[in-house]
Design a protein around this ligand. Structure first.
Ligand SMILES: NC(=O)c1ccc[n+]([C@@H]2O[C@H](COP(=O)([O-])OP(=O)(O)OC[C@H]3O[C@@H](n4cnc5c(N)ncnc54)[C@H](O)[C@@H]3O)[C@@H](O)[C@H]2O)c1
Length: 362
């Protein structure tokens, strides 16, 4: 495992993010965080046929006598519901998982968010180890402890902060990831450059082809650098009272699109790509950043094969109605993450709805 990279996340509940190929086969690493003798692996029906047996075998090989249960949900955002949460809890209960059990979340952000929330709620909170298998989950959702499910009224409206005990990102799993999902993950990678690290955008521009081709070194570097940013931000602001909100750059627009499309149109990372360009255009409109900044962001996302314009046919007022319910909105009015150009994002409250409407209408 000499090629592994490790990122430490500090704070009240410190843990490590391990990044490298083959981690799902490393029983000792998987079992090192176990406190008791119960493990429960949650995955989805695309990931489980590929990797569930590997994880179960590695864990039981490392800890003979371990009681292991597992449960699989249908793949996709449509499973991240209160109903899915209820079924996960029922499966954990049926398996007789005790207070010192560990939930292993094996999959993308949907599995990570739902399994993390189930772990947060079962017996008022048991351990969760995140085993992300999408690029998006490796660079974003598995780190930082946000767990949630969606409601028809909006995304991630019910959930809990529940930091993982460890994150093991097996980069070999990215080889089976559909290209569309790889590209969606790259949107969240670009986000770190946009909000806090302008030189990272230069690097991404130079490495775009390698990343799209699935080059192991380029992907591992992108993951490690993204995780280092996320770790630093959540360590300083674990409950999103301030700086952590910057990680939502593009998300107010993106979540509104996902909700309006009934979670069956753009996938999350694609919606974030569109949303970041809209956030840049909004910043431009408010006189904060230059058109050249928007053009640069737009062109990098396009090179990475991502959408940059809202899907046709979406009503601007319907999107704004979703934004009012977005968790980032507060009682005073619409709140957005805007930027003053590459690497310089900030929170802006009381953004006039008209400015948003004009951006949405192009
Ligand atoms: N908690 C957070 O901080 C946070 C941050 C960002 C995003 N999210 C959430 O993450 C979710 C999106 O996550 P996602 O983009 O990973 O989507 P996802 O979990 O739906 O995974 C995308 C698809 O890829 C498949 N898949 C996953 N890994 C695979 C592999 N290695 N090989 C083959 N197929 C594989 C899945 O079955 C699914 O069909 C959204 O619900 C979003 O709200 C949460």
């Amino acid at each position: 495992m000499s090629h592994d990279r490790t990122v430490a996340v500090g704070g009240a509940h410190p843990y490590h993010i391990s990044i490298g190929p083959g981690l799902l086969e490393d029983g000792e690493r998987l079992a090192a965080t176990l406190r008791g003798r119960d493990a429960f692996v949650i995955s989805d029906d695309s990931v489980a046929p590929l990797y569930m047996r590997r994880v179960v075998d590695a864990l039981s090989g490392a800890r003979p006598g371990l009681r292991i249960g597992h449960w699989t949900l249908p793949a996709g955002e449509a499973s991240k519901t209160l109903d899915g949460f209820g079924r996960a809890i029922t499966a954990i209960a049926d398996a007789g998982m005790r207070r010192d059990a560990t939930v292993y979340a094996l999959g993308g952000g949907v599995v990570g968010d739902l399994a993390g929330f189930a772990a947060a709620a079962w017996m008022r909170g048991i351990d969760c180890v995140q085993l992300p298998t999408t690029l998006l989950a490796m660079v974003d959702s598995s780190v930082g402890g946000k767990t949630a499910v969606d409601l028809p009224q909006g995304k991630n409206l019910v959930g809990a902060f529940h930091p993982p005990r460890a994150v093991l990102a097996d980069t070999a799993t990215l080889r089976t990831l559909p290209p569309r999902e790889l590209r969606a993950g790259l949107a969240e990678v670009v986000k770190y450059g946009a909000i806090v690290d302008a030189p990272f955008l230069d690097w991404l521009e130079a490495q775009a082809d390698a990343l799209l081709a699935g080059d192991d070194d380029a992907l591992a570097e992108a993951i490690a650098r993204s995780c280092a940013h996320k770790a630093a931000i959540v360590e300083r602001d674990p409950f999103e009272h301030g700086e952590r909100a910057l990680l939502n750059f593009g998300h107010t627009f993106g979540h509104a699109i996902e909700t309006e499309q009934g979670y069956g149109g753009l996938v999350h990372g694609e919606a974030v790509a569109v949303g970041m360009v809209q956030a840049a255009r909004l910043s431009e409109r408010l006189g904060l950043a230059s058109p050249a900044d928007t053009a640069r962001l737009r062109s990098l996302l396009q090179r990475l094969g991502l959408p940059v314009d809202p899907p046709p046919g979406l009503d601007a007022d319907a999107l704004i109605a979703h934004m009012r319910l977005d968790k980032k909105a507060q009682s005073g009015g619409l709140r957005f993450i805007v930027w003053d150009g590459a690497g310089r994002a900030r929170v802006l409250a009381d953004v006039p709805e008209n400015a948003v409407r004009e951006v949405l209408r192009g």
